[in-house]
Each structure stands twice: as C-alpha cells, then as structure tokens.
Design a protein around this ligand. Sequence first.
Ligand SMILES: [Zn+2]
Length: 100
Amino acid sequence: MFCTRCGNQLEPTSRFCPACGAPVAASAAPQQPFAPSRLMRPRNNRMIAGVCAAFARQYGWDVTLVRIVTAIVCLSGAGAIAYIVAWILIPEEPYALPTI
Ligand SMILES: [Zn+2]
C-alpha cells in the first residue's frame, strides 16, 4: 500500500501517511452508516418472510447462501428467534407499480 499523495510506502494498518499526513485512501472513504431504512423485505423472490432476501439484496450476498446459513443457524434455536425479530423489525417493501 502506498500513499496516493507522496508515494511513501505505508503500513497496511496505518490510517495516515507518516511522511505527508495524508489520509490513507481505504480508511479515508466515508464509513457507510447503517441505514435500516434501506433494508426492506422484497415482496417477490422470498421464501418465508423475505428476511434472507432483504439481507442478501442489502449487502450484495448470494441469497441461496444466506438461506443455507439462516437454516443452519435456525436449527440451533436462537437463530429462529433472531429470524422472527428480523421479520418484525425489517419493514416490508412498498408495493411496486406494475411495469407493464
Ligand atoms: Zn504521503
């Protein structure tokens, strides 16, 4: 990793260039704030309540992988409660107008 301003080699963990003080590009990018309003359960492409599809779409995960992981976690018991909590907390997507 190198400083974008002066080209000085940087430690991978450093947040600022020790030579010129420029913020390191990776950590200079604004942290994505947690935006629960964007997390919505889609009305289509859902298996049970759309919780898996909501997380998969929000974070760009593979929905099949999310469902497999969710199924495994739900078998432990606590996961099922977490799923129901997510079901309640995550709002449902508003009805989309037909595009045809
Ligand atoms: Zn620098």
